[in-house]
Design a protein around this ligand. Sequence first.
Ligand code: ATR
Length: 279
Amino acid sequence: MTEHRITGKAKVAGVIGWPVTHTLSPALHNYWLNQYAIDGIYIPLSVNPDQLADVIRALPLMGLSGVSLTLPHKELVLPMLDSVDKKATIIGAVNQVIVTSEGKLHGTNTDAYGFIENLRPHLSAKNKAVVLGAGGASKAVVYALQQEGFKEIHITNRSLNKAKALAASFPEASPANWDDRAKLLEGADLLVNATSLGMSGKDPLDIDLAALPKTALVTDIVYAPLATPLLSAAAARGNKTVDGLGMLLHQGVPAFEAWFGTRPEVTSALRAYILEGLA
Ligand code: ATR
């Protein structure tokens, strides 16, 4: 791919995190900027949560088009914005801020979109979903499943109170004890791991898949490693699996379009490029 020229008129966006060093977002957005030869740049911004409000207020003053937010800022930023859309309000987290043409700060959430776009080509039945985990990521997952029309969404979490709190926001959702997770898989069309278990350096997810129908789709929001122990075990018994990298790639699509004016494509070449950075 040829390098594109960045001029003084370049549109600037970035990702705010603490730490921000592990983010794949600069590689993702700068790949698209290059691909579409857009005069723009996307940078990592390391911001202490104590200074988040000052930095957010400064975005229009510096002429930025907006930012992505990663841990731990997604929830903290909510009261710092001029407007927050309905889905980000329901999910309780903003992963994208857009600076409007009037210099106002608008918050949205593209994680739910990224999750479901990654799954959609592989989804068949949409009756019963089982979601493992009730942390920040699970909220976007449950929202996306509800929007997609799943009739039953079972949420199981080590801390039952968090599963109960999350399920209370969605009529289709119900909480379940973590100890009952294997039994819960009976008749499921979809199993989602939204816990941090299985991530490099963490314990593997301990779950007996015997009750899971062979027709069920299994996905993990963890993408490092790409083939988590859960996905490997599910694939070995014949279930279709979808890894978590696609969610990251797809969540960037509406964000990129809002900042840079072009709707970008998620391609196998993009996936290979991002994977090189993970190696
Ligand atoms: P995120 O915002 O990315 O979802 P998080 O809020 O820290 O991250 O949530 C991590 C999830 O992994 C939670 O559902 C957590 O369960 P608890 O709510 O009980 O903490 C789950 N998790 C982490 N370690 C776990 C473990 N050893 N066993 C079971 N669940 C675990």
